[in-house]
Ligand binder design. Structure first.
Ligand SMILES: [Zn+2]
Length: 122
């Protein structure tokens, strides 16, 4: 009976955590393997063990995801620029300007290629 009571206490505790603004993460506690919560303070908390858990690896992964998001944003920007310049190139008659625009596109394509390589390097 005592065991059942404590398990419903834990459910209540988790509900309290969520109400207080904590979010359930997809991380699990290294000690008891139960899902971990992220408190509003940013700390990772195990409701089962009733203690703070320090996840070192998670921060690195978060950073990597951030880098990739930035990369794909840059990729989109470059592709939009290439498209824009290509539109200008289509209507351009001045050979010098055509030369200049082509050079810009070449550089942009190079950058795009580089970004895609960085994105794949994992
Ligand atoms: Zn735990």
């Amino acid at each position: 009976m005592a065991g059942e009571a404590s398990s419903s206490d834990k459910v209540k505790l988790m509900a309290d955590l969520l109400r207080s603004g904590a979010v359930l993460t997809d991380l699990s506690c290294p000690a008891c393997a139960s899902p971990l919560f992220r408190l509003r303070s940013g700390e990772i908390w195990c409701a089962q063990c009733q203690k703070k858990v320090v996840i070192v690896k998670e921060e690195e992964e978060a950073k990597e995801v951030e880098t990739l998001a930035t990369l794909s944003q840059t990729e989109t920007t470059i592709m939009m620029k290439i498209w824009e310049i290509n539109e200008r190139l289509r209507t351009e008659d001045d050979p010098e300007e055509i030369q200049r625009l082509s050079e810009v596109i070449r550089v942009l394509l190079e950058n795009l290629e580089r970004i895609r390589r960085i994105g794949k390097r994992r």
